[in-house]
Design a binder for this molecule. Structure first.
Ligand SMILES: Cc1cc2nc3c(=O)[nH]c(=O)nc-3n(C[C@H](O)[C@H](O)[C@H](O)COP(=O)(O)OP(=O)(O)OC[C@H]3O[C@@H](n4cnc5c(N)ncnc54)[C@H](O)[C@@H]3O)c2cc1C
Length: 420
């Protein structure tokens, strides 16, 4: 069991829940408090999880969110998938820890029976290129070494025996039954209700004030909150918010889209999440219907966007690419109607090594929890646990693999290969 997994047990056992349940407070329902131990900026999944762990650690925490509801930016458009199959050891450990938390989510948040609809139907990575077999082997070996002994390397015959919808073109696959997907909306609200931090909506941070001790206050359109600890969890806007305190974060944002099909029965309902590793296209069952995405060429990084435009050529392209290794998608595409197709677009926010930034910044008291790329849903539980352990000193800064200062020029970076 990776070492971090035992910390989850500590959170379950040590950090009992107090009387207050987190609420969402719009301007007509209450005024902003004048002070807090921790102010979290942004109520996406990362801000909600950060506030949960901070409040459970005994810190008086509030969240400020620009929009009318939590979880309405990148979090709202995710494909809701979770997996521990990664290439970089720190990501494997982080996602393993997250999955363990998600499997025990009701216990973690202290809400008996709370259901995040976790479907562990597995993740199946496929390639049609025989020369990729060695790479697949290397990744699986590393995962085994880090304790994920159940991840399977499958030859072509075994892939097709278990997943008959896969084309004979397949060369090799790897599969982890423990991976899958969940309901992000429920996960987000579980962190809010299970924590003790209120979320103040329609509250935009416009300045971060500093004195000679570091962070002093957060200024918003609804007033100023005195605080010595601020967590930037502003998703695509994280670099812009950090700049308010004079901190540079080398964050890039690119558009990513997903397609949800409303027609029932288009794909096998017991299929795993299937990823064509050669093109990056993925699909999975979505209740009785289906969801597809990926395979987009990186657009030029853009400014963070409040509303990301969709591209109506994308569904045809993604269906075409999905049919490459799973041919049944070609016949689905043939008679699909426009009103059965829904496109969502958002931004992946990432840095050069495609790993998150978690922890302190050069300004004392200013922390960041962002840059989760295509994996902020699955990274949020363990990443936010780590963040709060860094704030409280339970984890030393030198033991943090996701520190901002790793991105300073001249440092060697280990790039995460498994972003899709
Ligand atoms: C198409 C697509 C599919 C994806 N699929 C997956 C997946 O399957 N699994 C997975 O793990 N990840 C996935 N991701 C990535 C995932 O969605 C993100 O990593 C995650 O949602 C980031 O969460 P966040 O809380 O950091 O950001 P956000 O959800 O964007 O939240 C940031 C919040 O900060 C607020 N904010 C910004 N500036 C301010 C300010 N000045 N004052 C107050 N509030 C502010 C915003 O309004 C927003 O609510 C996907 C992303 C996309 C685009």
């Amino acid at each position: 069991m990776p070492a971090n997994a035992c910390r989850i047990i500590e959170y379950l056992v040590i950090h009992g829940q107090g009387g207050h349940m987190g609420n969402v407070i719009s301007p007509d329902r209450g005024s902003l408090p004048g002070n807090a131990d921790v102010v979290v900026i942004g109520a996406g999944i990362v801000g909600a999880a950060s506030a949960f762990f901070a409040s459970r650690a005994g810190l008086k925490t509030i969240v400020v969110e620009r929009r009318e509801q939590p979880g309405m930016l990148a979090t709202a458009v995710s494909s809701e998938c979770v997996r521990e199959q990664w290439s970089q050891p720190h990501n494997i450990e982080m996602m393993h820890e997250s999955l363990t938390m998600l499997e025990r989510f009701a216990d973690l948040v202290g809400l008996p029976g709370y259901d995040i609809s976790l479907h562990q139907q597995g993740y199946l990575f496929l390639t049609a290129q025989a020369e990729q077999a060695r790479r697949f082997e290397r990744i699986v070996e590393r995962q085994h070494h880090l304790g994920l002994v159940q991840v399977e390397l499958l030859d072509a015959a075994e892939v097709r025996r278990r997943f008959p919808f896969v084309s004979p073109r397949v060369a090799v696959g790897r599969f982890n039954q423990r991976d899958g997907w969940l309901a992000v909306h429920e996960m987000l609200w579980g962190f809010i209700k299970g924590g003790q931090a209120d979320v103040y909506t329609e509250t935009t941070v416009t300045a971060i004030e500093r004195d000679d001790r570091g962070v002093e206050a957060v200024v918003t359109n609804r007033g100023t909150i005195k605080t010595r600890r601020v967590v930037i969890a502003a998703g695509p806007f994280a670099a812009r918010v950090a700049a308010l305190a004079g901190v540079h974060v080398p964050l890039m944002n690119v558009r990513r889209q997903e397609v949800r099909l409303s027609r029932h029965g288009v794909c096998p309902p017991d299929a795993p999440m299937v990823v064509d590793d050669d093109t990056g296209v993925y699909w999975r069952p979505d209740g009785p219907a289906a969801l597809l995405g990926g395979g987009e060429k990186d657009d030029q990084p853009s400014e963070p966007l409040e509303y990301v435009p969709t591209d109506w050529d994308f569904p045809a392209a993604v269906l075409d690419n999905a049919a490459r290794l799973c041919p049944f998608w070609a016949s689905v595409a043939e008679d699909l109607k426009a009103d059965e197709v829904f496109i969502n677009a958002g931004q992946y926010s990432f840095v050069a090594d495609r790993c998150p930034i978690i922890g302190p910044t050069p300004v004392p008291g200013l922390y960041i929890n962002a840059a989760y790329d295509g994996h902020g849903i699955m990274g949020a539980p363990a990443g936010s646990r780590l963040l709060v352990d860094l704030i409280t000193g339970r984890v030393a800064t030198e033991d943090n693999p996701f520190a901002l200062d790793r991105l300073a020029s001249g440092h060697h970076l280990d790039i995460e290969e498994e972003v899709i």
